[in-house]
Design a protein around this ligand. Structure first.
Ligand code: NAI
Length: 341
């Protein structure tokens, strides 16, 4: 039995992500937590005829046979939602508005993520935790520090979800190369904001040739693609549907890997020294938290791979800019975790 939790389930990402998890045959029980509206979202989803009969506990219909439930902060709802979870996905927090960077979200989202991880540490200490809330570059280090302070940090089970950068890269490379996006594997490494996002087009499989006059614009589009959505939404938030797709893609891969499927690899932002094979990569890139292609398995992050062998001079330049920015983001998260305002 797999219990999945979405924290921030009533939001722009949380609702479609919860829908996708409700449709996923690998999930047996779904708990939705948010500070607002989860009873409604849970009731709505519970009418979908996927998996077993779904009865929202929040509506008071029995307690033994429910599969989906919505929780609010009252009555220790977060603890009830998280208790015994196998996988917790966190898209809780505020999104960007035009003109904002992901780092501008830090002041509010850092505290939200910290609070949620404290609860996870207490009632679901072995859960796989997938952090979507921005700035991911800092919220994952915060999560690691909180888990460490509670004595339950397992770096193989904490993931910053950077899949949207890969999804975007696949789409944009497909537009240029004419190959179907589903055929392409495009490694995107580093962090999840602006210049910390490093697409490695020299490592795309099957290989593609990017015309040199399109290279810089393509890199820029992968790094700042989120801004296209923020601008088009004109104050109504950032990417939600593509993010729900990306978050689900990562969660589904992880669930398949936990159940024993082999050969599943996806870049994700992890604490490298705690992941097999990651220490060497951390030494090369100079950051402990970094997204690289990670092989997933029953223990979560089974093996971090070094994607840097043979990268181009341009990619080395991108990497240098990434590391410079990322170090500060990581430091900011660690400092916050130890000295919250
Ligand atoms: P939203 O505002 O639509 O939804 C956020 C939800 O979080 C709301 O329902 C809100 O009530 C809830 N929330 C706030 N405080 C909470 C708490 N303490 N506990 C539980 N729930 C709480 O925002 P949206 O668009 O869904 O984005 C959510 C986050 O995801 C943002 O931080 C955004 O920047 C980030 N994001 C991350 C991406 C990535 O690639 N990792 C891509 C796109 C967005």
């Amino acid at each position: 039995m797999v219990k999945a939790v979405v924290a921030g389930a009533s939001g722009g990402i949380g609702q479609p992500l919860s829908l996708l998890l409700k449709l996923c045959p690998l999930v047996d029980e779904l708990a939705l937590y948010d500070v607002v509206n989860t009873p409604g979202v849970a009731a709505d989803l519970s009418h979908i005829s996927s998996n077993a009969v779904s009865i929202p506990i929040s509506l008071g219909f029995g307690t033994d046979d429910w599969k989906i439930a919505g929780y609010l902060p009252k009555d220790d709802g977060a603890k009830a939602a998280f208790k015994g979870a196998d996988i917790i996905v966190i898209p809780a927090g505020i999104p960007r508005k035009p003109g904002m960077t992901r780092d501008d979200l830090f002041n509010i989202n850092a505290g939200i993520v910290k609070g949620l991880i404290e609860i996870a540490a207490e009632v679901a200490p072995t859960a796989f935790i997938l952090v979507i809330s921005n700035p991911v570059n800092s919220t994952v280090p915060i999560s690691a520090e909180v888990l460490k302070s509670k004595g339950v940090f397992n770096p193989q089970r904490l993931f910053g979800v950077t899949t949207l950068d890969i999804v975007r890269a696949e789409t944009f490379v497909s537009e240029i190369s004419g190959k179907a996006p589903t055929e392409l594997t495009v490694p995107v490494i580093g962090g999840h904001s602006g210049e910390t996002i490093v697409p490695l087009f020299s490592k795309v499989t099957p290989s593609v040739s990017i015309p040199s006059d399109k290279y810089d614009a393509l890199v820029n589009r992968v790094q700042f693609g989120g801004d296209e959505v923020v601008k088009a939404k004109d104050g109504a938030g950032s990417a939600t549907l593509s993010m729900a797709f990306a978050g689900f893609r990562f969660a589904e891969k992880l669930l398949k890997a936990i159940k024993g499927e082999k050969g599943l690899v996806e870049p994700t932002y992890v604490y490298l020294p705690g992941v097999p094979g990651g220490k060497e990569v951390a030494e090369v890139v100079g950051c402990d938290f970094f997204s690289v292609p990670v092989e997933l398995g029953p223990n979560g992050a089974e093996k971090a791979t070094n994607p840097l062998a043979g990268i181009t001079e341009k990619e080395k330049e991108l990497l240098a800019a990434c590391t410079k920015g990322l170090k500060g983001n990581i430091e900011k998260g660690v400092t916050f975790a130890h000295n919250p305002p």
